[in-house]
Each structure stands twice: as structure tokens, then as C-alpha cells.
Ligand binder design. Structure first.
Ligand SMILES: [Zn+2]
Length: 266
């Protein structure tokens, strides 16, 4: 009954207030108004994505254009592009700034510098990812810094690869259909002409999401995986040699889903 009494008292006081306001002809000052506006819906910011590309052996202008046109069809992203460096042993100025990765939610590495081996230079890249910027690593990124003595880059990738097999149309066998990145991935996808990378080591924090089989030896290698690099999410695929692969909607959708998944952990 005490509650009822308090409630009734409150109602009476409120009524008295209304009567007083009407009587005085006053209106409440604007700033004292109690508003019951609903919270405005949260506007989702686009993910800030950086593509780092360049170097040997592939058509990076085409591949970058395909990603910049295709990924936004599946994910809300703002994509910046750094296409720098020629040959196999370049060092690009992007990494001179120790905060190079900070503005981005995800960095896509699609570069190819197999003979760059400067250890301090390589660690400028891996340290930025260790500090929390997720990554999507594509094709020749796996052979980048191949000549380096240190394993930092390979641990970051989640796989070690030094060579590849011939181009063919490789069937891709899904190993983890329930992983968020694979949710829309077909179970019967066959790559356009592409290279099969020989994986000599799968790092301990790596989970293979799909494999393909060597046409020469029958050995199965991870071709799509995720890695936990000191708490940072890394997604990788060894496919992406040809422009045909980058023109395949399945491949572009996979990269888009990878970007979204990787960014969740920033
Ligand atoms: Zn290639």
C-alpha cells in the first residue's frame, strides 16, 4: 500500500504542476523539456581497408581494380590502394611510418617481393599487425620475403610456402563449412586457371578452411585458412595468380567475407 500511496502522491504533484503552469500561462524553458526521443539508429561506418600490392609476376592494376569494384558489392568498405615497388626485392616507403597500419580496419596484402630480406624492414610490417591490425593475405604474399632468414612474416601468414605447382583448374574442398568466412562458399568450386602453392608448414595457430590436391603427388595443401597472429585475425588464400581468378565472383565474395570477418576483431 505504501507504493500505491507514493504513486498517488506523485500523480497529484504532477497534476498540481500542470495546473500551476496553465494558471501562470508559462511554458517550460526549452532546455528543461524531458524528451522521449528514441535513440537514433547507429550508422555503421564503412570499414577502412588498405590494399598493399606491387612487385613481380602479376597484373596488380587489374587485380586491385577487381577488388575495389567487387568487394564493396558485399561489404561496406572504403578502400585505399598502395601499388608500389618493382621487381622482387623492393622496399616500399609505406612502411617508413611506424603508424602506417593504424588508420585501417584491415590490410589486404597482395604484393610479391620474394627477395626482400631486410629483417628490420619486414618487422615494421609484422609488428604493425601484431599491434592489432587484421590482414587478408593473397597469393604471392605467401612468397614475399621468401629469402629472409627470419620467420616473422611466415608466422604472420600462418603458412610457410617456398614454391608452387603448375597452373590448373583446382577443385577446392571445404574443410570448415561452418566458419563465417565459408558460409556462402560453394562446396564444388573449381578455380579458374591458378597456381597450387606447396605448403611446407602450417603454423600452430592456423586453421585450414579449404584444401586442394596436387595433380602430381595427390598431396592436399591448405588453400584457404585463418590464422591467429598474437590475437590479430589473419585470413589467407594462396589462389589469385590470374586475372581470371580475380574475375570470379566466388573469389571476390570470399575476399569480401574475409575482410568483414577479420575486421570484427580489431
Ligand atoms: Zn602467381
Amino acid at each position: 500500500m505504501k507504493i500505491m500511496n507514493e504513486k498517488r502522491h506523485g500523480i497529484l504533484m504532477a497534476l498540481a504542476g500542470v495546473v500551476a503552469l496553465v494558471a501562470s500561462g508559462c511554458t517550460e524553458p526549452e532546455e528543461k523539456k524531458v524528451t522521449t526521443e528514441k535513440e537514433s539508429p547507429k550508422i555503421e561506418e564503412p570499414l577502412k581497408v588498405l590494399i598493399v600490392t606491387g612487385g613481380c609476376c602479376h597484373d596488380y592494376e587489374f587485380q586491385s581494380a577487381a577488388m575495389m569494384a567487387g568487394i564493396p558489392k558485399h561489404a561496406k568498405v572504403d578502400i585505399n590502394l598502395v601499388n608500389e615497388g618493382k621487381g622482387t626485392d623492393a622496399q616500399i616507403p609505406l612502411y617508413d611510418d611506424p603508424n602506417w597500419a593504424k588508420p585501417y580496419d584491415v590490410v589486404i596484402h597482395n604484393e610479391c617481393f620474394a627477395n626482400t630480406k631486410d629483417e628490420a624492414y619486414i618487422r615494421k610490417i609484422t609488428e604493425a599487425h601484431k599491434a592489432g591490425t587484421p590482414a587478408v593475405v593473397v597469393h604471392c604474399a605467401m612468397h614475399t620475403y621468401r629469402s629472409a632468414q627470419i620467420d616473422d612474416w611466415r608466422e604472420f601468414l600462418g603458412v610457410t610456402s617456398k614454391q608452387h605447382e603448375h597452373q590448373s583448374k583446382y577443385p577446392v574442398k571445404v574443410m570448415a563449412a561452418d566458419h563465417p568466412v565459408m558460409k556462402d562458399f560453394p562446396t564444388d568450386w573449381v578455380t579458374p586457371m591458378d597456381e597450387l602453392y606447396i605448403i611446407t608448414k602450417v603454423w600452430p595457430k592456423t586453421t585450414a578452411l579449404a584444401t586442394s590436391k596436387s595433380e602430381k603427388t595427390g598431396e592436399e595443401y591448405p588453400v584457404i585458412w585463418v590464422n591467429d597472429f598474437h590475437g590479430t585475425r589473419v585470413f589467407g588464400t594462396t589462389y589469385g595468380h590470374t586475372n581470371e581468378t580475380f574475375s570470379d565472383p566466388v573469389f571476390i565474395k570470399l575476399l569480401a567475407d574475409a575482410v568483414v570477418w577479420a575486421a570484427e576483431k580489431k
